[in-house]
Ligand binder design. Structure first.
Ligand code: NAD
Length: 349
């Protein structure tokens, strides 16, 4: 090995978009969603092992860029993610992401991964996990409002994990609903495109909202939500960006990932700071109840939390041997003498 050639310690596993796509096809999207839900559940069950902090957000007029770190003392993970609702007008996505998993003992990064696809998968897996605890038993029909990048992943997670078979789609842009219907064709759903959100929620036991707008929107009003419904609110995930009328929150039992973050970012920002909520891990640990009666309205106020991304990165790391998933990146400088970093630079000249 020369002073400048990559040594074994310089190598970091890198999962590109292309390899992530290969992984999803090798495993099968439904199975991968179910397995991711299993990893998230396992990490939620050991909630107290994790460092937790609301994500660090940098806001601009156009959107937000966020860092989402956590550690369990063995591994450290973070995700970089953005949210730019206007991006679609310039051919860009609203949400893109990448993330890192590192070894706490040495501080060395172990894995660098694309996370745009992985975020859509983990968000849908988390929604399905929450719905497993909260949705009315046997729920078969879901209204899916907002039919953009997240929509098919949400549909497939609810199909795989809960057995949802009927979808009622609504988007202000009908082309988005038609894209969603096309992509889900032949995957076991009966799909109806609706002309309004009111029409979409009729007869649905589960309502998923995944719209993108950088403002307080009212996708659902109180009169649209009947007794016994489970709401999976995915799109309100930033200060000033919500989807539900506050009256719905007053009637619902609210479940969140991590309350200090959801109070800043979720639908919950519309409620007083002491409004009661339950964190999902508490239900999994048997410290709180999920759905308790048939008429209860349950609301999963999803914003996306670092432990879910940590679980998703851990899942990807565990698949590395499965297909040729990772390339090796020469990411960490690795001088022969660890204190002679400058000498490494000189010798390379
Ligand atoms: P996207 O821009 O691809 O799709 C959003 C869709 O919502 C578009 O098709 C748009 O036409 C539609 N829409 C906007 N306003 C609407 C309205 N009033 N009624 C009906 N439809 C409407 O965005 P995406 O990547 O699918 O993300 C959707 C939302 O989910 C975003 O707000 C994003 O920030 C959020 N998100 C949350 C999480 C989480 O963990 N909770 C994770 C990823 C994305």
């Amino acid at each position: 090995m020369t002073a400048s050639s990559p040594g074994p310690l310089s190598q970091v596993a890198f999962v590109s978009v292309e390899r992530m796509i290969r992984l999803v096809h090798a495993i099968g999207v439904g199975r991968m969603l179910a397995e991711l839900a299993g990893y998230i559940e396992a990490d939620f069950r050991r909630w107290r092992s994790f460092d937790k902090t609301p994500r660090i957000a940098s806001h601009s007029h156009a959107g937000v860029i966020e860092l989402m770190p956590t550690s369990d003392g063995v591994l450290y993970g973070f995700k970089y993610v953005n949210g730019h609702p206007g991006n679609v007008h310039s051919g860009r996505q609203t949400v893109t992401a990448f993330g890192v998993l590192a070894d706490v003992e040495t501080g060395y990064p172990l894995l660098l991964s694309e996370m745009t696809i992985l975020t859509a998968l983990r968000t849908a897996a988390s929604s399905a996990l929450a719905a497993r605890l909260l949705a009315p038993p046997g729920a078969g029909t879901m209204a899916l409002i907002g039919n953009g990048a997240q929509a098919e992943f949400q549909a497939l997670a609810f199909g795989t994990v809960l057995g949802v078979g009927r979808l009622r789609l609504y988007d202000i842009d009908r082309a988005a609903s038609e894209k969603c219907q096309r992509n889900l064709d032949g995957l076991g759903f009966a799909i109806e495109i609706c002309a309004s959100a009111e029409e979409a929620v009729a007869g649905a036991e589960i309502i998923t909202t995944a719209t993108a707008d950088k403002r307080h929107a009212t996708i659902l009003t109180d009169n649209m939500v009947g007794a016994g419904v489970h709401i999976n609110a995915v799109g309100g995930d930033c200060p000033g960006k919500t989807e539900l009328h506050a009256d719905i929150l007053r009637r619902s039992d609210i479940f969140v990932e991590y309350a200090p973050q959801t109070r800043i970012e979720g639908e919950l920002q519309q409620m007083p700071p002491d409004h009661p909520v339950t964190e999902l891990w508490q239900v999994l640990a048997g410290e709180a109840r999920g759905r308790t009666d048939a008429r209860q309205i349950t609301l999963f106020d999803s914003v996306g939390f670092a432990v879910e991304d940590y679980a998703a990165l851990r899942y990807v790391r565990d698949q590395i041997g499965r297909i040729e998933l990772a390339e090796q990146l020469d990411l960490v400088a690795d001088p022969d003498d660890p204190r002679d970093l400058f000498g490494m630079l000189l010798r390379a000249a």
